[in-house]
Design a protein around this ligand. Structure first.
Ligand code: KG4
Ligand code: ZN
Length: 343
């Protein structure tokens, strides 16, 4: 039976999040404290993230319980992100969850962060038809997964180097646009010409479902280095539009081919990059040609949140999972056992 009220905890990267989900479906509270400390460095500093999680977890838990108007004793079970992610950040979240579960005498399960992104549409009341292709696209991840059912995943492709969001953040840093770079570049791209610069679409014909973004980043660095005098607004918009077109085309090419090859009945996109307007438009059009829906969760469920962790935790608990004190955080997707089926 699905536990009625599950408290989820997420600390895999730079967001400290706590949420409460009822009946494995309905969010009663979801609080995310984005860590401001990383902005001045133009990227997430792992050591600072761990420390900030330690400071923020208590107040974030209090806020979530207050928002839900429940006491910890009323919670039926706890779920926490086990991996993948930054190890130091995961250690803080898992240790906190273990202590909380022990003190409150509640069961605890670990949740795979990538799996949670794939099921986030359920938080909007949308259960994608099976099988579907899930794409987890964030600052730390670019993975394409064939989902045959809950717990039945095949990793079909991934980035060979930078994650899609990481490419956005690095290019934004090159252009002095601040962190995180995705939303700023997305906004500027809407005003520029996507054909202004000829940028590479790496691995388009590689015959597999992998992608690569490091060459694209290098190409942008070269263009920026050759630019004199300093860039004006129109030039910047054109470069952002051209960069975004290259990322979107690269992602859509592989995702749509995988969806067609796998006979997928939907494409689900999660992670911060799923907020990208160019990606939403292009993938929406591509899926329409395939006659299947492109499912994008609401923005607050695309970025890291604890509701998706509580949701998958509730489903795992309903299937008899219980990790309790044995739970150990793991940094890589491979260690979560998720990637084992990759052929
Ligand atoms: O899922 P998320 O909140 O955190 C993790 O990285 O785990 O994703 C954040 C990433 C950042 O790299 C950010 O630049 C990117 O998502 N992002 C976007 C957009 N909004 C956020 N990338 C492209 N377009 C956007 N609109
Ligand atoms: Zn994430």
């Amino acid at each position: 039976m699905t536990p009625r009220l599950v408290l989820g905890i997420e600390t895999s990267c730079d967001d400290t999040a706590v949420a409460l989900v009822r009946d494995g479906r309905d969010t009663v509270a979801s609080v995310t404290a984005a860590q401001a400390v990383h902005r001045e460095f133009g990227g997430v500093v792992p050591e600072l993230a761990s420390r900030a999680h330690l400071d923020l977890l208590g107040p974030t838990l209090d806020r979530a319980l207050a928002e839900a108007r429940v006491r910890l004793e009323e919670v039926d079970a706890l779920a926490v992100t086990r991996g993948p992610g930054l190890l130091g950040s995961l250690v803080v979240g898992v240790a906190y969850a273990k202590a909380l579960a022990l003190a409150a005498g509640k069961p605890l399960v670990g949740v795979n962060h990538i799996e949670a992104h794939l099921w986030a549409p359920v938080l909007d009341g949308v259960e994608p038809p099976l099988p579907f292709v899930g794409a987890a696209l964030s600052g730390g991840h670019t993975e394409f997964v064939h989902v045959a059912g809950f717990g039945d995943y095949t990793l079909a492709g991934a980035t060979r180097d930078d994650a899609a969001g990481e490419a956005y953040d690095k290019v934004a840093k090159l252009l002095g646009l601040g962190f995180p770079g995705g939303p700023v570049i997305d906004g500027l791209a809407a005003r520029g010409d996507p054909r202004a610069f000829d940028l590479p679409r790496a691995m388009a014909d590689s015959g597999d479902y992998d992608v690569s973004f490091s060459g694209l980043k290098t190409a942008v660095r070269r263009i920026v280095g050759e630019r004199t005098p300093a860039f004006d607004e129109a030039w910047l918009a054109d470069l952002c539009a051209s960069f975004q077109a290259a990322v979107v085309e690269t992602l859509c090419g592989k995702i749509l081919r995988l969806a067609a090859d796998a006979g997928a009945r939907a494409v689900v996109v999660g992670g911060g990059v799923a907020c990208n307007r160019g990606l939403r438009a292009a993938l929406g059009a591509g899926c329409e040609r395939l006659g299947i829906p492109a499912v994008f969760p609401a923005a607050r469920w695309c970025t890291d949140n604890a509701a998706m962790i509580a949701l998958v935790g509730a489903w795992r608990l309903a299937r008899g999972a219980a990790d309790g004190a044995d739970l150990e955080p793991v940094a890589s997707l491979e260690e979560t056992g998720f990637a084992a089926a990759r052929g």
